[in-house]
Each structure stands twice: as C-alpha cells, then as structure tokens.
Design a protein around this ligand. Structure first.
Ligand SMILES: Cc1cc2nc3c(=O)[nH]c(=O)nc-3n(C[C@H](O)[C@H](O)[C@H](O)COP(=O)(O)OP(=O)(O)OC[C@H]3O[C@@H](n4cnc5c(N)ncnc54)[C@H](O)[C@@H]3O)c2cc1C
Length: 496
C-alpha cells in the first residue's frame, strides 16, 4: 500500500486499461462495505474517495453498534430488528471492534419515558436480536440504580432499565473493511474524486481526478454506485434527496464523570449518551437541521452547552464545564428525505436506507446507519448482479471476519513510532490528520494532542521523507481539520 502513495500517477493511469464491473463513489462505511462485498463475489471493483477514507460521517458517529432503542419507541420494529441482527453479526465478524456495554436508562417522573413501557421495551429489544443479545436486559428500582450511578439526580427518580449494545470505532471499521476489500482484490483510492459520468452501450465512462497531483483520467465501468453519504444528492445523475442533520460529541476525562456503564439520558423525546471509552467519556449527541457544506461542519459553543447542560442536570455534582472538554467532533447525518415536507423534528426522520437504480447501471445508496452497512452492501451487490445478468455467488460478508490492522481496536493504540510506521505502510495514510483523527483517534483521546501531533509529524517525516516546510504544512492542515483546534507550539509557526 505504501507503493500506492509513491506512484499514484502510474497507479491511476493503470486503472484506465480495462473496464471495472463496479465503480464506487465514496470511501465511508457504506462504500467500503460495498467494495468488500463486490470484490468477495468476484467483481472487478474500484472505489474512489475524494478525501481520506472515513473522513465524512463515518468517523463522526456515536460509535455504537445498536438496534436503536429510541426507534423502538417510535414503533420502527423492522428497522430495530434489522439493525439488531447486524449488530450481532458485526460482533462476530469484527469482534475486535465490538465492546459490549450495558446501557443504564434512568427514568424520572414526568420525563416522558414511563418505566413500565421501558421495561417491556428492553425485553422486546433482546428478542429482536434473535433472543440472543450481547447481555440480558433488566429493570432497576431507584436504590439499585443509584448503586451503579451514585451521582445521579435522586429527585423524582422512579427507577430505570439496562439493555446491551456495543461500542465500536467507526473509522477503524471503515479501514478494516477496506483492508478486507483490498485483500479480496478491490482497487481503492483515497484523495480521488468522481467528477462526471456518461453512459453508452451498457458502459459508464467516468472522469475521476486525483486530488494530490491533479491528474484527471477516464475510467470505464459497467455499473456506478453512488455511496457519497451527505454529498450523494450533489453527484451528477443522483436521484437522492436528503435531509441533513448535525450531531456533536464531546470527550471528557473519565475522572470527571466516573461511570463504568453507559448511561442513556432522556431529553424530551430525544436521548443523549454517556459512554465510557477507556480513560475517557464520550457525551452526545445533538440533532439539529444542517444546510451547509458537509465538509465544513463544526461544533459550536451552543452545542457543547446543550450537551453539558443535559449531563449536569442528570449528575448535578459533576459540574462539568467547557474547560473540561478534551476534544469534540461534529458530523452530518445523511438521512433520506421524507416524502412529506412536514416531516417533524430532525430526530423523527427515519434511519432507513434506500437502494435505487435511477438509470441503467447507476445505483444510488442512501441513508442507513453504521450498524447496517454490511446489509446495505449485500443488498446493493445483489441488485448489481441482477442488473449485470450475472449469477454471482451469495454474499459471504456475514460470516467472513474482517482483516484487522495490527493496532486496530475500540481504544486507541499506544502513541508509538511502530504504530505510525505500520499505519503509513499499510493503511493509505497521506496526511498527518489521517493518522491522528482516523487511523488512531489519538487526537480525540489525549488531552496533550498538540504535543503528540508534533511528535508524530517528526516520525512521519522520517518515514515519508517530509522536509521542515512539509511538516509545518501538515501541522497547519491538522489544526484546520480538527474540530476544537489543538494549540500547537510557537516553534511550528502554527499557533492561533
Ligand atoms: C452524530 C452522528 C451519530 C451517529 N451515530 C451512529 C451510531 O452510533 N451508530 C450507527 O450505526 N450509526 C450512527 N450514525 C450514522 C452513521 O454514522 C452514518 O449512517 C454513516 O457513517 C454514513 O456512512 P456513509 O458511507 O453513507 O457516508 P460518509 O461516511 O460520509 O461517506 C461518504 C464519502 O463520500 C465521499 N465523497 C463525496 N463526494 C465524492 C466524490 N465526488 N468523489 C469521491 N468521493 C466522494 C465523502 O468524502 C465521504 O467520505 C451517526 C451519524 C451521526 C452524524
């Protein structure tokens, strides 16, 4: 894979030699899953990603593999069953990226989530996993719940429930899915954009641009799959209509809110999560309308105030302040737009997915969740096979484990040169932020991320032959790319 960084020009030219069966636009979780499924079924597959792999929504989620208890409350049983089955499948094929967690759901008087309905709900939730969830749900009296969560607000506490879901690492799920896709024969290119496509005699001629050296080539493909997430409505030929909503997460030290189980906090008809993540806690998320460029989404001070407000009301002694925040991330949900204009609150919009062939050989794949990506991919390639009139073998992605990177896991690896070297060699790393934000999550996990960035930039310079100007550029780029920008030392010339 390192070779692909060295000779990108030759590599992109080689792609023009023979037609592909499938050209996939977008290297988020959906495109990556499709690439893996297509390659495993013997299709000649190419995936192009305009920036880094997983740089869109797929590195900005709540990092949960879940059926979605909230969707159950909305009566979306089919969606919950589908996602629950996928959660269980992912716990087998990506066990290294699945940390089962109990979620405690406290119920307060008048909070709109009656305890008796929740108690039934968590039992139904277990049944929808095929009766074999990652752990058994239960109901707690107030005193029992307070033993687990001593800092919880006692006033009006009626009790609570617990149910099991899992914490994952979204960006690593993308990278490890891509490693599997490549092992199965797929060609994968980050920093390469789909620009345009025209169809003639059953073949699509597609213009793609290498963003690093501005090389433009034409590639032939029998089918094109638009898996461009929040960007998918803007791709030429797309039939997708989206409603975008923004979601923010913040990370604090575990010592500031020492819970060992995840907590679900009701807020109106929404819920927020408190998720233990090693020595840290992830808090989130928000759900607000978003109309801007998906690449420009950022956390605003109001988002942080909202999240900390909900958490501090539930844990009054914690008094978490914006200064406690180690890192943040903001993402855009690519939700399929409802048919009716009057669709209600953002949190009411369905998380279903849609796969549609808008023109012969052109497939739009939209919506869905991280948890359901494997199923979306299987269904897409089933449709591609029918269109091509090919008798493809059945999908094996539900049984075949992913190919994990040597340092892949739910928690970040240790900050070591060896990790940087492996990742640069094997995982398509081009820029410093690829490594800090997506391959390792070091930026999000460590309060001293600026110091780590400077150390890692020096290691990358040795490994990739960067000169001092390139190091300064990379540090600046990382600072711009990161939400909650890091404060770099004056020596780099990058201090705000
Ligand atoms: C705040 C938040 C929390 C969430 N939490 C969860 C959760 O806990 N569990 C869960 O299951 N789901 C969750 N989701 C949903 C999940 O994250 C998304 O459904 C999923 O990541 C979308 O993946 P995607 O591949 O469709 O999009 P993306 O990851 O955005 O990938 C699309 C890619 O297409 C690329 N692209 C765009 N245009 C072009 C072009 N012209 N050429 C080449 N490439 C292009 C983009 O750069 C991008 O990388 C959450 C979402 C959000 C926003």
């Amino acid at each position: 894979m390192k070779d692909s960084q060295i000779s990108r020009k030759e590599q992109i030219k080689a792609l023009t030699n023979d037609p592909f069966d499938v050209l996939i636009i977008g290297g988020g979780i959906v495109g990556s899953g499709i690439a893996r499924d297509a390659a495993l079924r013997g299709l000649r597959t190419l995936l192009v990603e305009q920036a880094d792999f997983a740089s869109g929504t797929s590195s900005r989620s709540s990092r949960l593999l879940h059926g979605g208890l909230r969707y159950l409350a909305q009566g979306r049983i089919g969606l919950v069953r589908e996602a629950s089955h996928e959660k269980m499948r992912l716990s087998k094929i990506a066990a290294h990226l699945c940390q089962p967690l109990p979620f405690l759901f406290p119920v307060w008087k008048g909070a709109g989530w009656p305890l008796w309905t929740l108690s039934i709900g968590v039992k139904v939730y277990d049944l929808l996993c095929g009766g074999n969830n990652l752990g058994k749900s239960r109901t707690y009296r107030p005193a029992e719940l307070l033993k687990h969560l001593p800092g919880l607000r006692r006033e009006g506490l009626k009790g609570g429930t617990s149910h099991y879901d899992a914490l994952t690492n979204d960006a690593r799920l993308v990278i490890d899915t891509l490693r599997s896709a490549e092992a199965a024969g797929a060609s994968l290119r980050n920093y390469t954009s789909f620009v345009a496509g025209t169809a003639s005699n059953g073949t699509w001629t597609c213009t793609v641009r290498d963003q690093l050296d501005d090389e433009v080539v034409e590639i032939q493909a029998r089918t094109v799959i638009n898996a461009a997430g929040a960007w998918s409505a803007k791709i030429p030929h797309s039939t997708v209509r989206l409603r975008l909503t923004k979601g923010v997460h913040v990370v604090i030290d575990h010592a500031r809110l020492p819970v060992s189980e995840a907590v679900v906090l009701p807020e109106g008809d929404r819920i927020l999560f408190v998720i233990p993540w090693g020595e840290r806690i992830i808090l989130g998320t928000t759900d607000t309308e978003y109309q801007g460029d998906p690449a420009a989404v950022r956390t605003d001070p109001d988002d942080i105030d909202y999240i900390l407000g909900v958490v501090n009301r539930a844990f009054p002694e914690a008094r978490i302040k914006p200064d406690d925040v180690i890192s943040t991330w903001a993402g855009v949900r690519p939700l399929v737009a409802p048919r009716h204009e009057n669709a209600g609150a953002p949190s009411d919009v369905s998380r279903n997915h849609e796969i549609r062939m808008g023109e012969p050989g052109w497939f739009d794949v939209a919506g869905g969740k991280l948890t359901t990506y494997r199923l979306m991919a299987e269904q897409t390639i089933d449709q591609v096979g029918r269109h091509l009139g090919a008798h493809l073998p059945r999908s094996r992605t539900a049984e075949l484990p992913l190919s994990p990177g040597p340092h892949s896991g739910v928690l970040p690896p240790p900050v070591e040169r060896e990790v940087v070297a492996e990742s640069c060699r094997q995982e398509w790393v081009v820029h410093l932020d690829d490594l800090l934000l997506r391959r390792t999550s070091w930026h999000f996990y460590h309060a001293n991320h600026a110091e780590i960035a400077e150390r890692v930039a020096c290691w990358m310079a040795e490994l990739l032959g960067w000169n001092p100007e390139r190091i300064a550029l990379e540090l600046k780029r990382y600072q711009n790319a990161a939400d909650h920008p890091p404060r770099l030392s004056p020596a780099t010339g990058s201090r705000e």
